[in-house]
Design a protein around this ligand. Sequence first.
Ligand code: ADP
Ligand code: MG
Length: 578
Amino acid sequence: MSAVAEKAVTTTDESVTTDGFHLLIDALKLNDIDTIFGLPGIPITDLTRMAQVEGMRVISFRHEQHAGNAAAAAGYLTQKPGICLTVSAPGFLNGLTALANATVNCFPMILISGSSEREIVDLAQGDYEEMDQLNAAKPFCKAAFRVLHAQDIGIGVARAIRSALSGRPGGVYLDLPAKLFSQTMEAAAGRNSLVKVIDAAPRQIPAPEAVKRALDVLKGAKRPLILLGKGASYAQADTEIRALIEKTGIPYLPMSMAKGLLPDTHAQSASAARSYVLAEADVVVLVGARLNWLLSHGKGKTWGQDKGAKKFIQIDIAPTEIDSNVPIAAPLIGDIGSCVSALLAGVGSSWAKPDTQWTGAIAERKDKNLTKMAETLAKTPSPMNFHSALAVVRDIVKANPEAIVVNEGANTLDFARSIVDMYQPRKRLDSGTWGIMGIGMGFAVGAAVITGKPVIAIEGDSAFGFSGMEVETICRYNLPVCVVVFNNNGIYKGTDVNPRGGDVAPTVFVKNARYDMMMQAFGGVGAHATTADELRKAMLEAVASGKPTLINAVIDETAGTESGRITSLNPQSKANKK
Ligand code: ADP
Ligand code: MG
């Protein structure tokens, strides 16, 4: 360690030479990147030490996938690419899952992996952890680059940053062969080789005729709806988006990660009348939301196809997104801030707010559904079910609107999304576009480290298992993370039985497991909650103390449905079709 520190001192400022290690660190720092999420090992161990010596935060994980997820979350929350650093072959592959997920979700991140020597890899001569990582990464990210010479590190990092951030954000792979790190060059020339990226995500102003077309379609609407996606939250155009919604009086629907862009309690939120507005709206403005499976591809009964054609206005930075699933009447290509501002400018003072027949019908359904939900949430069954436990979470989040909520699971995800209101932009991170499990602790650590805000992770017991070992990471960095494991003894629920006897059913876990003890094992706070009151007490303490906490919330093992709300995607045997 001391040798490393010494080296760092002599290679900055006065020294005549620098090396690949320091050029990479200097290139990142020059571009205001101050945090690395990763996992040390050959050939990047010294790099992590030196980065720390040079004042960067280096957050070490127990598995690269979670480091990658942390980087992706950091990228989404800050509009700076999150950096994930891994070793070669297996470490790289572990990180690749997160890189692919970031790309699918349009989160900017850069996976930097050390790799074996090209000469040996390309001749398949059997190097340590031999793998053609550059080509392996390509199908799973937005761009992939390899740097072979120290003098190209600056350009390599610049290209990675620009690729991650410009246009539709996404994941970038940067391949750094082991030999590169120890290459030396003259320090002054090294400094000159670095690139500070200017305007990495340039504004993209929509064409005036596209704006006019969109306004014309909107003016013709009888039952308009604005649909906000996570692209809208990412864009940090919060003020403009709120102004557009309030000035036009159009009801809006947030996708799960757009919740809180306006407070979920906003009068114009149509969340509690979701199926009604999707089926009945005649013009829908998509703001940074794709018509993928999460929106039934814009077709079918969900969208009231039987009730006549719907017109879409779609705001997106990616022109090829348009017409991906259904025809788009008015594409508006540009960054969300510029597009929404252009629409706002066209919405003059004479703008006619939507008919009260439309808004009134929505309000009626909302009231009915919210009253019904309030009745369900008021119940305190024993053991707890998803609703009674989430009623507690809902109160805690309401009292701590700055807290970031991480959420994954099947039923735990579906119910939390609709029950837990969000009040501020970019406070909800979840399974995202793929609907995946395993993002939990990575997102939680990334969010806590990059924002310094408290994190509340609402985890299905199965979902938690994918990243559970990272509770050690949470304890090691003493992060203000409160994990609540919704423990119903299994995947979907804990009641499956193997009709042949012998092994337990594949969806069932150890009954009555005590996940709280995992946190205690590393010095954090563990709490076991069998009632809503116990859960409330434990969550209040966790948020007040900021101590790493894991609450094992015991949920009725018969609660929950197979695959949560996406049962339709699950090919089921006749016997299980209920
Ligand atoms: P959700 O799942 O919440 O509906 P999606 O991830 O499907 O959201 O859609 C996000 C969309 O936002 C993507 O099509 C992406 O191209 C777009 N997008 C991301 N950032 C911006 C931006 N700054 N300006 C415009 N569009 C953006
Ligand atoms: Mg479960």
